[in-house]
Design a protein around this ligand. Structure first.
Ligand code: ZN
Length: 290
């Protein structure tokens, strides 16, 4: 079985991106795995600190390992948005393939210092773990934002990206290139879309040489995602779109029969709705280069 690093390298040379989908529970894990397995595509399951607290860090790791082994499928596990060294170590110990060590709220120099320390600590114990760092403001909360988010967020510069990667020793960089966590209502309805700064992605790739992830991919124009991959994005995070589908699928399933109380007759509605989103995003990210 290929490692996540090898899969990222393969994506980079092949001109596609690995899909990263967050899960809070087993219905979402089923949805992500089933879509990827049907399409025969590698996939990363992500869980933030909040998602891990609900699912159980160990329990999620065991389930992912069991699916990976039973189906011999390249299914990877990422500790998304981890804010403390203790929780990064807990995920690494449980067997996660990668950790997003996110101290992007700190001033740049402090972010470098604490990220560098975390990379050293984690890699000294788990040498094969991939470490991702984040700079710039891409907002918080993969949910429906009722107010329009601030549109003029500052983008990561190519010089900052180079310095951050060199100083910290991270393997993967999450830059701010027009992306943002969450969606506003008009994006859920599909009348507006996020737009990315493709030139900035290309500059950051050239200057940093690191693998690049795009966080907050939900609600982004499809053509921008394809162009972002061509410009150097290797992994794309989708969370809010999945959560919206899960909720709608669950609502529909519940509305069908108010006397239905059997979970395994209700929950497939949520799995199938989320699975359709994963399949459609994976297909877009893995299109052969035009
Ligand atoms: Zn994120």
């Amino acid at each position: 079985m290929k490692t996540l690093r090898e899969t990222l390298q393969q994506a980079q040379s092949g001109g596609f991106a690995i899909g990263h989908f967050n899960v809070s529970d087993f219905t979402l894990l089923k949805a992500v795995f089933s879509a990827a397995h049907e399409l025969r595509l590698p996939v990363v399951v992500g869980a933030s600190e909040g998602e891990r607290a609900f699912f159980g860090t160990q329990q999620l790791a065991v389930l992912v390992k069991s699916l990976r082994e039973e189906f011999d499928h390249p299914l990877f596990l990422n500790a998304d948005h981890t804010h403390s060294l203790a929780s990064a170590l807990e995920a690494a110990r449980a067997g996660f393939d990668s950790v997003v060590f996110d101290r992007s709220a700190l001033p740049f120099e402090d972010n470098i210092r604490v990220t560098k320390y975390a990379v050293q600590q984690l890699k000294s114990i788990y040498p094969s773990i991939l470490m991702e760092g984040e700079i710039g403001d891409i907002g918080t909360g993969s949910e429906i934002h009722k107010d329009e988010p601030i549109s003029a967020r500052s983008l990561t510069s190519a010089a900052e990206a180079k310095e951050f990667v060199e100083q910290t020793g991270i393997d993967i960089l999450a830059p701010a290139v027009g992306n943002a966590h969450g969606m506003v209502r008009s994006m859920v309805g599909g009348t507006t879309r996020k737009r990315l700064n493709i030139e900035r992605i290309r500059d950051i790739k050239t200057s940093s040489g690191a693998f690049l992830t795009l966080h907050g991919g939900s609600g982004t124009k499809d053509a921008d995602l394809r162009d972002a991959i061509s410009a150097g994005i290797n992994m794309i995070h989708i969370n809010t779109e999945l959560r919206v589908a899960w909720r709608r699928g669950l609502d529909n399933a519940l509305a069908k029969d108010e006397d239905e109380v059997v979970p395994y007759r209700i929950l497939p509605g949520a799995v199938e709705a989320a699975q359709r989103v994963v399949a459609s995003r994976l297909s877009l990210f893995n299109q052969p280069r035009a």
